[in-house]
Design a protein. Sequence first.
Length: 497
Amino acid sequence: MFGLSFVDAPPVEPAHPARADIALFVGWTTRRAGVDLPRGIADWLRERALVAATDTDPPLPIDGWDTFDALFDWHARPLRAGAAQRGDDYLGLAVRDFFANGGRKCYVLRLGDPWPVLPQIAGSRRAVALAQLLPPPRDALWQREHWRGIEQAWGLEDVSLVLVPDLPDLFGAPRDRVRGDAAGEPAEPEVFVECGINLVGDDAVAGVRRVAAPRLGDEAFEQWNVTVAQLQERLARRRRDLMLLLAAPLATRDARAARDLARAVTVRGSQLQIATPWFVPTREARTPEGLLPPDGALAGLVAATVLAKGAARTAAGRAPLGVLDVHPTLPDGALRTADLRPDDDGALLHRFAVFGPTADGIRLLSDRSASRIDGWRHAGVVRLLGQLLRTARQVGETLVFEPSGEALWSRVRGRFEDLLTRYWEAGALRGATPDQAFGVQCDRGTTSQNDIDHGRVVVVIDFVPQLAIERLRVTLALAEDGGVQWTDSAALAEVSP
């Protein structure tokens, strides 16, 4: 029939909750006018009653870069209010780099349109943006319809990484001064790229490139530390399995961070990973100074590593796609692994995901969490723990109506022993036999009568990851409502703004 057409609208495929490669991007970008949601995404939202559940956009499942690019106009960030010149927003760039570097699926939580590049966001406008991201604490948070901002990560069971690409820009110092064009243009080496992935976007806008990138002074770094600690705490209230993955902000010339970034970043935690330094892309970018934060690329490299080798493997050694150089250039002493001491807490390679130059180009030199505890500094070990926590939540949900007793405890032990055996067979755990690689205890020795009376089952798991030098132990409490508490997590949270 004339004028009748059929559009294939595949549904959103459900992902296994124990996956460790799916990211949630939270921030500001522009929806394309007149573009409807694909049928699969609309059905996914309707099934979860998320269409009108919040006063901001609900999180959208994105299964590829083309889907994001069709829904969001990430080139539409204005240079100034009312100005015709446009640049790229940081959320869109992070999602692009995630897929370009190996990511397969993510969620996007749009908090609104991006603010203009100039003048730097400050005062009440900054306060409003922060309240969108991190709403004030309040009651009735057990009801999903009351979740706002970063809290919406609680309901995405398959998410393991959370990114806030706009965070450095929220705290940047005033930058009305306009830079001149850099002398010379970046080289464009001949490389093979996967067909269909747009690494560079449209032609760069000179007006945006001449603006200074967001940089933080000492006071702004303190505010950034406090906000990151608050984000950690809010995520951990319900989901201690989530890792917050952020880009370390650039520093003003007179800031302490310009001399010693490790001392300026005071917030710590095993569920926090901070990437540094920023990227100089192989082609011009439509961003201030043409620089790109490294968080989106790191998330993509982590996702690719998890999919290819498993959650416990390190992503170190991988090369981010489309990167010519890093900025600022790190001193040689910060990149020498031979000089590292296990107790050197100020070493960048011990506390950050550091990108740097090698004979083979820019590579990820270290894949570390921000933990103070040496055994939990390996980000792969933390990702493995996240899988265990999500698996524990699945076990709790399937056994929610079972009476606590020997039969239930035996089933819980069996589920975790099967999982850890698969990790050992895949080489994620160290030991000649499964007994040497891990242990699972769930019996009268772990679950007291008080636990039974309150509907809890306590399981103690110890394991030896390949990347760790010691045996690690965690204690999980499975509640009668299917929830999971990581009962000894206080020492690993280490939130200290």
